[in-house]
Structures are given as C-alpha cells and as structure tokens.
Write a protein that binds this ligand. Structure first.
Ligand SMILES: Nc1nc2c(c(=O)[nH]1)N[C@H]1C(S)=C(S)[C@@H](COP(=O)(O)OP(=O)(O)OC[C@H]3O[C@@H](n4cnc5c(=O)[nH]c(N)nc54)[C@H](O)[C@@H]3O)O[C@H]1N2
Ligand SMILES: Nc1nc2c(c(=O)[nH]1)N[C@H]1C(S)=C(S)[C@@H](COP(=O)(O)OP(=O)(O)OC[C@H]3O[C@@H](n4cnc5c(=O)[nH]c(N)nc54)[C@H](O)[C@@H]3O)O[C@H]1N2
Ligand code: SF4
Ligand SMILES: [Mo]
Length: 813
C-alpha cells in the first residue's frame, strides 16, 4: 500500500528504448468493501487527455473504487492521484438532483417538463426576435462524443447558429490550429509508444509531471532506465520535469517564439537538418531560414532572459539525437504568439525529418479528456469530421448527411470563437446562452467582466452541470446532468485512442445525460430535416455513434470501422483512423509522409501567423503543398502587456497535480482537497527577500483589472514572475451554505486578449504587483510540497493523506 498523495508517480518500473513498458496495476477501493463483491465496469479516466484505461468498481449500486486496466495501451494499468480518487465526486452529497428555475430572483426546484419548456419557449422567442444569431452555445472538452455530436447537429444544423464553441477554445484551440497550419488537418500524428522509443524529448510550456501524471510515469521509467533519453525543458517554473532535465531554460513567459526561432537558427547554421526530407516533404523552408537567421543565440538570450550557452546546448541536444519527441501545451497555447510558436515546435521535428516513424513525433497536446471529440464532432468552432467551412463541397457533403439545405449550415463566416460569443452577449446581440459542462465564472479571463455579462437581465442563461457552480448561480435554468460513470459513451485521448465507457451506476435523482437533454430540446423545439422528419435520428448513444462514424468516412478522423461491439471486445482502446482497410486502427499518422495538405482535403487554408489574417482557397491552391507539410514562420513581437513601474511583475497561472480546474470534482475528493485546500501564490527567493515576504505570509496580487489574496509560497519560480493556481473560485466548502467570496481566482487578474490565429485567450501573461498585507499566522501556504510548488523554505511538512492504494507490478499475485 502506498500513499499516492506523497508519491504521485508511484514506484518505478525502468525500461530501455524499444522495450515494452512494464505493467503495474494501480487500484484504490474504499476500505471495508469485500473485494469479491465488487463488480467492475469498463471505462477510461476523464480527468485529463491521457485517457488512462480504467475499470469502475461498484458495490450495492455505488462506485467504491477504481483500478487501472493492465491491457490498455495508454497506461499499462497505472493511474495518477486524480484518477485514483476523483471518482468520489460522483456520490457527493451536493450533486444536483432536480432541475432549477429562477423565480423571483431565486433558483427553485422544478420538473423536467417545466424546465425544458422554459428553455424551449425562450429559444422560440429569441429565434423570432433576433433569429439564430441571438442564440449561443458554450460547451466543453469533458462530455462524451455522443453528447457533442448531438449538440453540433442541434446548434449548427437545426438552429443554424455560428455561435457554438467549446471551452476547448481556452484549451486546445492552438493545438488544433498548429496541426492544421502545418499538416493540413487536425489529428495528433504520434503515438504514446513514441516515448518508449525516442532518444530525445523536447518539452516546452508543459508541466507534464503534474498535468499528465501517468505519461510522466512512462517517461520517468525511461529516464531511470538504461539508455536514458535526453530531456530539454522550457518553463519559467522549476517543474519536476525541469528537475530531471539535461537542460532547463527558465525563459521569461511570453517569449517562446524568440526561443524557438533561436533553436531553429542553431539547427540550420550547424546543418543539423534533413535536407532531402525538407525538399521532398515540405514547403516554405527558404522563408523560414530567412526569418530565423535573425535570431542568433545572443539576441534570443536577451529577449528570453536565459544564457546564450543554454540555448546552444539545448539546440545541440535537439540537433544530435535520432528519435525526437516534442511536446507543448498551455505554456505555449495560452502564452504570447501561441499558434506561431506551436508551429515552430512542428518545424523543429520537420527540420530534423523526425515524424511518422517510431520515436519521432510532435505532440500538440490536449488537456481535457474529450477535447479531441469536441473538435471531431464540430461542437467547437469547426465543422464536423474535420471539414473546412470555407470549402463549399465540404459544407454540401455535411448538409447531405444531415439532410438539410446547405444554406442552413452557417458557413458565410468563421464559426464564432468563445471570447466573441461572450462579447456578443455583452453587447446584447446574443440573448440566449446555454453553458454546458464548463464554469466560465471561474475559468474565463477578467472575471469581473464575465460576472457582469452573465448577470445581465436581458441574457437568458441555461447551465447544464452536475453541481451548483459559480456559473450555475447566474443561471435562469439549471439542468442536472449525469456524468462519467452514469452514462455510456465514447471518447478519444491525445494519441487518438478511442475508449468506450460503460454506465456503471445510476445518476443521482433526476439527473439526465447531456445527449438526452439535447434530444428532448430538439424534439420540443420541433427541429426537422428538409423532409420534415425529426432532425436528430438517434435515441441511444450507440445509434448516435453509428451516425457519427458514417459522417467521418473518408475524413482524417475516420471512425467508420469502429463500433461499440468492437470497443467492448478489444482488450484496449483503439486508435483512429479505423476503417475496413485498417480494422485494428492506426498507430501513427503520416507514416507515408503524405500530409493532409491537399487543397481539396485540408481543413483550413491557413493564416498569416503574425496578424491572423485568413488565407483563401486561391492562396492555398497557389502554394499547392499537395501532401507536403507547411513550414510556417513568424517574427517575435513583445507581449501586449509588459511589466512597468506600477505593475513590475509578470503573472502566470496554471495547474497543480491534485486538482482538476475549478475543483467541482477533485474538491469533493478528501485526499485531493487535503493536498491543496486553498489558493496560494508563488514567488522567487530573491523577489521575496526584496519585498520582505516569507513563506505563509498573506499577500495581495493586483493587475490593472483586479486582485487576489493568498498565502505566499517561496518556490523555484523564475525571478520577476508570480504564479497562482487556477483551481479556486469563490465557493468554499462542498455543500457549504454561504460561498466564501474572498477573491482567489487567478482570472481576477488576467486580461481580455487572444491569439490572432487560434483565438485562444492569453492566460499566461499579465503585469501585476504584489504586496504583503499580513504576517504569516504560523502555517505555511496551503500549496503542495511534492510538485513544482515545492517550498524552498526549510521545515515545511510534506503533504500526505491517502492510504489504501495498491500497486501490483507485473508478475505479482
Ligand atoms: N492535475 C491536473 N492535470 C490536468 C489539468 C488539471 O486541471 N489538473 N487540466 C488538463 C487540461 S484541460 C490542460 S489544458 C492541461 C494543461 O497542462 P499544462 O499546460 O502542462 O499546465 P499549465 O499548468 O497550465 O501550464 C504549463 C506550464 O506552462 C508554464 N508557462 C507559463 N507561461 C509560459 C510561457 O510563456 N512559456 C513557457 N515555455 N512556459 C510557460 C507554467 O509555468 C506551467 O508550468 O492539463 C490537463 N491535466
Ligand atoms: N488563468 C487561467 N485560466 C484558465 C486556464 C489557465 O491555465 N489559466 N486554463 C484554461 C483551460 S486549458 C481550461 S480547459 C479551462 C477549464 O475550465 P472549466 O471548463 O470552466 O473548468 P471545469 O472545472 O473543468 O468545469 C467543468 C464543469 O463541467 C461539469 N461537468 C463534468 N462532467 C460533466 C458532464 O458530463 N456534463 C455536464 N453538463 N457537466 C459536466 C463539472 O461539474 C464542472 O462544473 O480553464 C481555462 N482557464
Ligand atoms: S494521467 Fe490523466 S487520465 Fe490518467 S489517471 Fe491521471 S488524470 Fe486520469
Ligand atoms: Mo484545458
């Protein structure tokens, strides 16, 4: 039995390049439950995009534990702390069990009939008065494929509004755009097994040890095995990956593009590039070379605030291996010049000719467990099946699949991105906003503004959630939803592995699945196809999946050879594309080095990375990449908000290993909540000394937009940078009667600004000041000690707090 709060990654099972990652089955079952009486249901974890194969243990109709699936290709049995303990939220006493409607300013219980009727009635009124452009839908990366596809058909096809987006806009929009810019379509090219094979890992803006804990176990087992891969980490904080790295570049946040241009400069100058690969399989090298020649290490060192020698060493490592895996995430996607930077990560692999073969790939990582499906189904700002909204044939094809007139599907302009949806609501052109599975009153930037938008009288807000979140408290109607474990459906992780998750227990009270809610809504609203038949043709998740898979035929995310039956009978998840020709799925994309950049096939005609100007079909046809990857390039510009004398620090925000976003789940799991019970702020040793701040002192951090109060943690963060976790809204204790409204959300500080290409908000840069307002009460900051937040002050007790986790190694009984 191990304490997996102290020991996040569990015991090591080292292995060498090319050998299979050993099995280790992690299991947690509540004390006192006889193991023989536990019934196991097949599923996969939904607390990050790794999508670890997992079984849900049930006893007397309730979840009592989980265990990793040994046979699953993703995790070989392992689970991280969130996976092990997060399921307890399903049975939290404060789950929503009945619909709520606002009467005289208060949310009161109501029947489903009443609640849906109210939503339908208001939809009719808005449609009559403002047309489809009065209707907005803001969803998530945390539902199941079947929920999303139903929503996409209802919103884009039935209602015909372009105002449908996911919180994936805050999350993986840049991943998707970087893939489209370089390779022509979305679709993660690599396989998690590439980490088993590689000799070099490049990790930029990705706190993988905490945000993809099981993938970090896989990498740690290589780092601690023979034949250790070399590791380059770029992050302003000393993350656990940074501590294991050969080179850690703690750059100033907001300067990724300069650094990545500098690394390419070195690769080209030293000839560490694959010229024949570049000639045959890429376009754009000349322009790229011209641009990056302006980024010698000395200049880049100045911009990024790291020594030139570090940049040279990092480039030498990246330029000398034979099998390179690169990963990036929010330190790139939510930072300055996001898409431009993410494309340079693709370029580095392309310059080295390292893609499409074992151990060679780039992971434009996902974050949310089902974000890949938001994108594939078109519940974000895309057309379903990775279709190109600017390509008339693609729109026509979709219309014929849905049996609609193609004019019904909005494609006269780009789908509206989330920040613009909120802008329209602010201006009053959107009057109906349905928020599904996301908590924007905590997770969107500049929260005082978001609260004022959601609080408007003229905006009708519907919230579908399992809990009465900060956002739900603004709603006119709250719909209680069934969540993971309480409904059947599928989802796809960041290496295209599709899992089926079985319904293991009944949802509490009257809670219903999101798919069911959208079906009821569509039916009552009377949405029909062009022959007057009901628009949505399915009643069950499986029927929905079957319709979805037909819709994806011959598109990159081709699911046509998959079925529930196949997923049930396979010992593991299966990677798309799955077709008649590839019935077992596809481990890697682009093994033939033919990329999806054909003008007819591609999902996007591309953008100017600096300004975000969208190219048109003729521009793409002229470039004529025809199956070659596109090397895109851009110059570095300084971030829009720079520190000054009033706000001298750079603020950044992010995650800790124990919590999931706004904590609706992990805050209700005692082991996880205990490990990080309240907000903290990280500051470097030197800055703390200068400002006379000690561990545990109370500080106030302010930006031009707002402030937050927290205890200070003196950590290994870069000088001049302040970090706060994103997990803390303003509710206090689960089930607590009165929410604690002291400001502790990171987004009180952040700004309303986004990347010009992906439209992903910039959460990782803001100018702030910090001030101590009270001495410590003698207790340290409520921050973990086992993570990037590790204290540099002596004598802080280690966080601990779980028992009963069993790790069963291969061959053990
Ligand atoms: N435990 C846990 N795991 C999660 C989640 C969670 O809430 N909790 N959420 C999931 C989701 S949805 C997502 S999107 C992922 C996010 O996963 P990550 O992207 O790994 O997480 P973050 O903490 O947001 O940011 C990563 C790192 O970026 C660094 N950074 C900040 N600014 C910059 C910059 O300008 N340049 C560079 N190079 N680095 C910078 C930060 O110091 C931080 O360590 O995690 C997923 N996994
Ligand atoms: N400052 C700052 N802000 C950030 C970030 C950052 O790094 N810094 N990261 C951004 C990123 S990457 C992300 S992904 C977002 C996350 O931000 P949010 O999406 O707002 O965070 P969650 O807490 O995951 O909210 C998900 C909600 O869905 C509910 N839910 C769970 N399952 C279901 C279901 O099956 N159906 C329904 N209807 N509801 C369900 C949960 O109870 C919860 O309320 O935050 C973003 N905001
Ligand atoms: S790594 Fe992600 S998917 Fe795997 S157990 Fe942890 S939270 Fe769940
Ligand atoms: Mo995310």
């Amino acid at each position: 039995m191990t304490d997996r709060i102290v020991n996040i990654w569990g015991s090591r099972t080292p292995h060498a390049a090319g050998s299979a990652w050993p099995l280790r089955v992690d299991q947690y079952v509540k004390e006192g439950i006889p193991e023989a009486e536990v019934e196991w249901f097949r599923s996969a974890c939904v607390l990050c995009s790794n999508g670890c194969g997992m079984d849900i243990g049930v006893h007397a109709g309730r979840m009592v534990g989980v265990r990793g699936r040994a046979s699953d290709r993703v995790n070989h049995g392992r689970l991280g702390p969130k996976g092990l303990f997060g399921w307890q939220a399903n049975h939290a006493p404060d789950r929503l069990t009945e619909p709520l409607v606002r009467r005289d300013g208060r949310l009161d219980g109501a029947s489903w009939g009443e609640a849906i009727e109210l939503v339908v009635e208001r939809s009719r009124q808005v449609l009559k008065e403002q047309g489809p452009l009065g209707m907005g839908f803001y969803n998530t990366g945390q539902l199941f494929l079947e929920d999303y596809y139903t929503l996409a058909v209802v919103a884009r096809g039935g209602i015909g509004t372009p105002h449908l987006d996911g919180n994936t806009r805050l999350c993986t929009a840049t991943a998707e755009f970087a893939l489209k810019e370089t390779f022509g379509t979305d679709g993660p090219p690599g396989s998690l097994t590439d980490f088993d094979e590689c000799d070099t890992i490049f990790m930029i803006g990705h706190n993988i040890a905490e945000t993809h804990t099981v993938l970090w176990m896989r990498i740690l087992d290589r780092l601690h095995g023979s034949d250790r891969p070399r590791l380059v980490v770029v992050d302003p904080r000393r993350t656990k990956a940074a501590s294991e790295a050969d080179v850690h570049l703690a750059i100033r946040n907001g300067t990724n593009l300069a650094l990545l241009n500098g690394i390419q400069h070195e690769l080209i100058v030293h000839g560490w590039i694959d010229r024949s690969f570049l000639e045959e399989h890429t376009v754009g090298f000349k322009k790229l070379e011209q641009n990056v020649m302006q980024y010698p290490p000395e200049r880049v060192a100045e911009i990024c605030g790291v020594p030139p020698e570090g940049i040279r060493t990092a480039a030498r490592i990246l330029g000398s291996g034979e099998r390179l895996v690169s990963t990036c995430l929010q330190g790139v996607y939510q930072s300055h010049q996001a898409t431009a930077s993410a494309c340079q990560v693709n370029n580095i692999n392309l310059l080295r000719g390292m893609i499409g073969k074992p151990g060679c790939t780039v992971f434009q990582m996902n974050g949310q467990p089902t974000a890949q499906n938001t994108r594939e189904t078109g519940a974000n700002g895309d057309l379903p099946g990775m279709r190109n909204w600017q390509n008339v044939d693609h729109v026509e094809e979709l219309a014929s699949i849905w049996n609609l007139d193609s004019l019904q599907i909005p494609s006269w302009a780009p789908p509206t991105h989330a920040m613009q949806i909120f802008r329209y609501a602010e201006e009053g052109s959107i009057r109906f906003l349905w928020i599904v599975g996301t908590n924007p009153a905590v997770s969107l930037p500049e929260l005082h503004r978001i609260r004022s938008i959601l609080g408007q009288e003229r905006l009708f807000v519907v919230v579908s959630d399992a809990f009465l979140t900060e956002t739900a408290q603004f709603a006119d109607v709250v719909l209680p939803t069934a969540i993971w474990g309480e409904k059947t459906g599928t989802y796809t992780n960041h290496d295209r592995t599709v899992h089926l998750s079985e319904k293991a227990v009944d949802p509490p009270g009257q809670a219903r699945s999101d798919m069911q809610i959208f079906l009821d809504y569509a039916e009552q609203l009377g949405l029909t196809d062009r022959d007057g038949a009901p628009l949505v043709k399915w009643r069950s998740p499986e029927e929905c999946f079957d319709a979805f898979k037909e819709m994806t035929r011959r598109r990159p995310c081709d699911y046509s050879g998959l079925s529930y039956e196949k997923l049930r009978s396979s010992s593991s998840g299966i990677q798309w594309p799955v077709t008649d020709n590839r019935p077992e799925g596809t481990e890697r994309l682009y093994v033939d080095l033919a990329f999806n950049t054909d003008t007819e096939f591609c999902e996007d005609y591309g953008h100017d990375l600096l300004t975000g100007a969208a190219y048109e079909r003729k521009d793409h046809a002229e470039l004529d990449p025809a199956g070659r990857a596109i090397l895109k390039t851009s110059h570095y510009l300084p971030p829009h908000e720079a520190p000054d004398e009033h706000y001298p620090f750079l603020f950044t925000s992010g995650r800790t290993a124990y919590h999931w976003h706004t904590r609706t789940k992990t805050g209700r799991a005692p082991q996880l909540e205990g490990a990080a019970p309240d907000v903290w702020v990280e500051i470097s040793v030197r800055d703390a000394e200068r400002l006379d701040i000690a561990e545990g002192d109370f500080v106030r951090v302010e930006s031009p937009r707002g402030g937050l109060e927290a205890k200070a943690r003196i950590s290994g963060i870069r000088d001049g940078v302040i970090f706060a976790p994103i997990h803390y809204g303003y509710w206090d204790q689960p089930g607590g009667a009165e929410p604690d409204r002291h400001a502790r959300a990171a987004n009180e500080l952040t700004l309303t600004d986004w990347d010009p290409v992906s439209k992903q908000p910039i959460f990782k840069i803001a100018a702030v000041r910090i001030k101590k307002f009270a001495d410590s009460d003698g207790t340290p900051a409520p921050a973990p000690t086992t993570t990037a937040s590790e204290p540099l002050t002596q004598g802080i007790p280690t966080n601990s707090g779980s028992d009963g986790v069993r790790e069963k190694l291969e061959g053990e009984e």
